[in-house]
Write a protein that binds this ligand. Sequence first.
Ligand SMILES: [Zn+2]
Length: 388
Amino acid sequence: MPFWAYDPEEEEWIDILAYREPKEELAGRKLVCPHCGVEMVIRHGPIVIQHFAHRMRCPYADWRKPTTPEHHAAVTTLIETLSRDPFWGVATIEPGRPLPAARRIPDVLATFPDGLRVAHECQISPITPYRLDRRTAAYIRARIPVFWWFRAGYLDARPPDLKWTVLAWQRVILELGIVKPPPPDPAGHAYHTMPTEVRLLVRFPDRPEVYRLDGSQGLPSWVHRRAWQWVLWMPVYDMWRGIREWYGAEAVYRHLGPVWRERFTPEDVEGMLVGMWEIGVMAAGPEGRWMPQYLPDFDFRHWSRWLRGQRGEEGLQESPSILSVRYHCEWWTERLEGATTPEELRGVGEQIRLTEHNPEVRERLRPVYRRRMRELKRRGDGPRMGGI
Ligand SMILES: [Zn+2]
């Protein structure tokens, strides 16, 4: 059920649930689907909650989940709250439009003055970790970080892999505390009821406190900086656009635009880089510096399994740079050992010289390369082993 329409003449979003008698109050206005631009009609009856309808199916219907009054209440609360919030207030906060690059229509889209767009999705219906991962990755490919909001308690009630997937990306738990009126007369029609209130809750995996984004008191600044760190993804990643160099968090911070320098600190940038490294987007290099991961055919799933294995049960705290060196050495060693002729080995060696940016890794691979070359040459000189 669509609850939004757009009035192109007044350039105004129309929320049909904000009207008591929409058919009369909106009479004479041009109302189109905000996604495809086709004119919409108002449906409103004794049983059916008021909503807009297409005469034909919206071509973008698959780009978003169908909405309900509950979901709509969450979205409108989020838009109102973010628009007032000091962190988000400088951005234009609107219901989402189709994003062809991600093939999605986000529930809310924030556009910051420097052009960065950030999506918010109110995920009230169930979702699998796989889908959440795929959708988040599609947004990232479209250069849009996305925050997922869940119905309060849903993540804790699910097997933990869903929560891990959420945290791997956004590193904060965002929940919608939906307060509903008492159930209507059980004999009546059980259509969706409007919530009386939607609370926007923020918490972190390592702390017990729950913060209310829509509360009357402002949140401490560290909560903002930690909760919304994920918006730094694009500005941070852009540091390496077109170049492959090692940079520290301080240098990246200095390179950020004023919108981000005002909101974050170099330590937040460092935290963001560690988060990006944990999911395999960044490689950690010498002296606390970073670069986007550059291994050819890098496999994100293999990396996260490997990292979990290294950390073990106790969450062993070796530095990212030590772990990155180890991973890269293992990765290349496997290819050096896999070479079956001197020519093949030379090919791998050449690839290491061209693509491995960490001098320490190259240094450690040299003896492996030499030993493997001796082995292959010996094998080539010796008597040929016959086939079967
Ligand atoms: Zn449409």
